[in-house]
Write a protein that binds this ligand. Structure first.
Ligand code: PLP
Length: 418
């Protein structure tokens, strides 16, 4: 296994030399465990891959907004890409300078727009004409100049899961290029709008750099066209999307950096990117305990104490994450489905995988669970989601303690008393 920050020592999985079993002794399962070493090294790899151009890295909080994670990336120099007023609060609580925060998303409310203006963020990436109208009217009422970028939709098909492809006009994202051009000409005339440039994001889990290239070429064409018409187009925000290979943990930052360089070198734009998954996916694992083994004439099941409320990716996106025993104590192997306790057939982590036969209470690890994992957790089936820890300088740091069901009952029951 070649995963920075996680390795098997004498047959037992460790995070930065601390045995997972000892972490679990302090903080029960299910538990997210992050490696600060892995996170920092991912950030450095990406930074190196784009170092030949002047690029600002804006971490997409939607992939993991645990404050300990955002703070660590902020300390490395990352800004933030946010998609809600809540994420704005989290970015600020994580000490990301507001001048390095970009606000994306198709449904920003008036309250969220006012929060963003009040916080003096770097820019709002606008996704529709109606949103632009709302921003202009708020800006005029405040008589404040608001920095705005327009997100274009290049209308291309991207080879990824259909739920995370955003580059076609069949999806709700961005503005068709001709609309973006006419709106940009309009904002040039608005006294309280500061044109910041254009943005694009064609989807997540993209492995073919030619797809990025084609999207970036469309973006460049629109930007050059606007400049030829006398518009000020200072910055191009290239979005996120770099794929993570969940089988072998590889992330092709080098190819991504090369693609950006090929398209934008010597074009005279300042650039930003919004990586999420590629920075955090491999930095986190989810640890669960085996509750029961169950067999019938067709299947063997390992029932674990994590469920789809902790980690929904396998059932939502048909994602295949590597799974192993934290410590292997047997020589027999069998084909299993790994499932959780939730009352849905969709509550599974993997199907038909070969694993050493565990005993009850044996620990199971789900790798590359750092992105789109804990952020999507819920209380479904009245289960408190997994807690989260990070290993940092050989210390176990508790990052998140999820609300207990007792606390939930107290808060809801108290509302009925009045
Ligand atoms: N930027 C925007 C606008 C997004 O919608 C997303 C994810 O959906 C990202 C960045 C991050 O993408 P990824 O996690 O694939 O890097």
């Amino acid at each position: 296994m070649n995963l920075n920050g996680f390795q098997f020592n004498k047959g037992e999985l460790c995070c930065e030399d601390i045995a997972i079993s000892s972490i679990v002794n302090k903080h029960k399962t299910p538990l997210y465990v992050y490696s600060s070493k892995n996170l920092i090294s991912s950030y450095k790899k990406l930074k190196d891959a784009v170092s030949n151009l002047n690029i600002e890295i804006l971490y997409a909080l939607k992939s993991n907004s645990t404050i300990g994670i955002v703070t660590l990336l902020g300390e490395q120099g990352a800004g933030a890409d946010i998609v809600s007023g809540g994420e704005l609060k989290i970015a600020k609580a994580s000490k990301i300078p507001t001048s390095k925060i970009v606000f994306s998303g198709v449904g920003k409310t008036e309250e969220e727009i006012r929060q963003a203006i009040d916080s003096k963020i770097k820019q709002i990436n606008v996704e529709s004409e109606s949103e632009l109208e709302k921003i202009i009217s708020i800006a005029n009422s405040l008589n404040t100049k608001v920095p705005v970028s327009l997100r274009i939709n290049p209308d291309i098909e991207v080879n990824t899961h259909k739920k995370i492809a955003t580059g076609s006009n069949l999806t709700k994202f961005g503005l068709p290029t001709d609309q973006a051009i006419s709106l940009y000409q309009r904002i040039k005339l608005e006294k309280n709008i500061k044109p910041m440039g254009l943005a694009i994001h064609i989807g997540s889990q993209i492995f073919n750099n030619l797809e990025f290239k084609s999207a970036y070429e469309s973006l460049l064409k629109v930007a050059n066209n606007l400049r030829e018409q006398g518009c000020d187009v200072p910055n191009l925000d290239l979005g996120g999307g770099v794929g993570v290979n969940y089988d072998n943990f590889e992330v092709d930052f080098t190819g991504f950096g090369r693609t950006i360089y090929e398209v934008f070198n010597k074009q005279g734009y300042s650039l930003s990117i919004e990586p999420g998954r590629s920075l955090v996916a491999n930095s986190g694992i989810l640890i669960a305990k085996t509750i029961y083994l169950k067999r019938n004439n067709k299947k063997n099941f390992i029932i674990i104490d994590a469920a789809m409320n902790d980690f929904i990716r396998p059932t939502l996106y048909e994602a295949n994450h590597k799974i192993a025993l934290v410590k292997n104590s047997t020589n027999t192997e069998e084909i299993f489905d790994i499932v959780g306790p939730i009352c849905e057939t969709g509550d599974y982590f993997s199907k038909d995988i070969l694993l050493p036969t565990p005993k009850e209470d044996d620990l199971i690890v789900i790798f590359s669970a750092g992105a789109y994992g804990s952020v999507m957790s819920s209380n479904y089936n009245s289960r408190p989601p997994a807690n989260e820890v990070m290993i940092n300088n050989q210390k176990i740091q508790l990052l998140k303690k999820s609300q207990s069901i007792d606390d939930k009952i107290k808060s809801e029951a108290s509302l009925l008393i009045c």
